[in-house]
Ligand binder design. Sequence first.
Ligand code: SAM
Length: 287
Amino acid sequence: MNYRHIYHAGNFADVLKHAVFARLIAYLQKKDAAFRILDTHAGTGQYDLSSEEAQKTGEWQSGIGRLLSAKIPQDAEALLAPYLDAVRALNATPEIATYPGSPKLARMLMRRQDRLSLMELHEADFATLQARFAGDHQVRATKLDGWLSLAGHLPPKERRGLVLVDPPFEKEGEFERLVDGLAKAHRRFAAGIYCLWYPIKKGANVKALHAALEGLSIPKVLCAELVVRSDRETDGLTGSGLIIVNPPYTLKEELAIMLPFLKDRLAQDRFARERSFWIAGEQGFDG
Ligand code: SAM
């Protein structure tokens, strides 16, 4: 396992993922009943953007860095607030130095009755993650293969919850694993909200991923994509997408406000684009 998220924390792909993840948690907060968040590929939980690793790539500068310095239209600001307020809360000065990974963001948005289960396999990153939440009885970090947790940790006893699947895509066959993982998880916990991340880059067969997801016969599947540049001169990441199963009924409309703003703000060339569309079903979730 070579992947370390510190090199990528706060980049344009994290912005999309974390902005939508925060909206999904904000939606779960609307009912008093407790919920659980399962983060199958958790990372270290929080990132120091002044570290040597983060400075080496500087990826956050064209992600969260651009967003915090932006004048944000009121409607987009209201929707991005759960995410951006968390980032602002971690940074006392206008200079951003600390970035919340999905575990920290989730923890900041949880209430007393809610719980967070974190899976991480990388030895050192797991140790950091575990130490970060030591003594917090609402959070449990486990050194376990995140794909296995989709069977072993579902359904949660709360019977309400959100599952984030955010693998590093460093191996062949991760798209197939994503589809198989979702199919297995959904059989165990059909009422859950799922948010699965995937990369968009040269050679990534996104069409086949969408077709495979369509073939699962899961009733409500929404997709959101943001591409920030052309792939003509790079083999690197040019965009990312999210698969959202059982999205809140408001999410499609919210994406229609958030995505165009994020595209304008994060574009790196004139080929930047965004879209959101239903892979299956057209109605959101009210549970
Ligand atoms: N979800 C995090 C966030 O948004 O802040 C970022 C996660 S990063 C993209 C992927 C993480 O998955 C890495 O920390 C990597 O060590 C971990 N990982 C890789 N394979 C794994 C596996 N099979 N099970 C659990 N974690 C794994």
